[in-house]
Design a protein around this ligand. Structure first.
Ligand SMILES: Cc1cc2nc3c(=O)[nH]c(=O)nc-3n(C[C@H](O)[C@H](O)[C@H](O)COP(=O)(O)O)c2cc1C
Length: 202
């Protein structure tokens, strides 16, 4: 089994979402000790934004790309290869200004490639990243679960399903900015959600 962990906090140190993602991975490895783990830490290794030169690189045929364009596409290729190889994907996802971090959006833009991770036919879109289980550890300063202000969960469900990944389980740590007691309660609750989702072998 191949596990891909994607940390999308801007913080290398002290990130609750990265720590919860690691906790999910720990539980997965408890039941699958042979599992291989790839960690893509987007704070440690920021991925470039999809800007005009990035788009131009992607839309230039491979044999006509400049060395710079080839290198830019290769950066996205590396992320695509990681997710293609993964059986289980674990995302650490902080809420930033009611959305996902720019780091996560850059990763999503990188892995979403026509004819590679999704395709269109007369039947509509088809996701090509199939057969994967996804866990998402969400961290928020406030509390937005099941409210219209939670744009993260509908967005992630939509884009992951578009790419073929519809088996997605969310773990919530909410109220992290609401005082020390609320923070502790939120982190304990998130750990309980993880423990229940991934029971240890008897
Ligand atoms: C730039 C920034 C924007 C944030 N925006 C929100 C927000 O819109 N709603 C919210 O509930 N918390 C917000 N927070 C709080 C974070 O979601 C919270 O601190 C979370 O733990 C960050 O994830 P991390 O610990 O993995 O870095 C924000 C934090 C930062 C740094």
């Amino acid at each position: 089994m191949n596990i891909l962990q994607v940390n999308s906090s801007a913080r290398v140190e002290g990130s609750h979402s990265s720590r919860l993602a690691s906790s999910i991975v720990e539980r997965l490895r408890a039941t699958n000790p042979q599992a291989a783990l790839t960690v893509r830490d987007l704070a440690r290794t920021p991925h470039p934004v999809l800007d005009e030169s990035g788009l131009a690189a992607l839309f230039t045929p491979a044999d006509q790309r400049t060395p710079e364009q080839a290198a830019r596409v290769a950066q996205d290729d590396a992320l695509i290869a990681e997710i293609q190889a993964a059986d289980v994907v674990v995302l650490g996802v902080p809420m930033y200004n009611f959305g996902v971090s720019a780091q996560l959006k850059n990763w999503i833009d990188a892995i979403s490639r026509a004819q590679v991770t999704f395709s269109y036919s007369d039947k509509g879109p088809e996701g090509l990243l199939k057969g994967k289980k996804v866990y998402v550890a969400l961290t928020r300063g406030g509390k937005y679960r099941n409210t219209p202000s939670d744009s993260q969960v509908p967005y992630l469900k939509t884009v992951l399903a578009f790419l073929g990944m519809s088996d997605v389980q969310f773990v919530y740590a909410e109220g992290l900015a609401m005082g020390a007691a609320a923070e502790q309660t939120a982190l304990e609750s998130a750990q309980t959600q993880i423990d229940e989702a991934l029971p240890l072998p008897a």
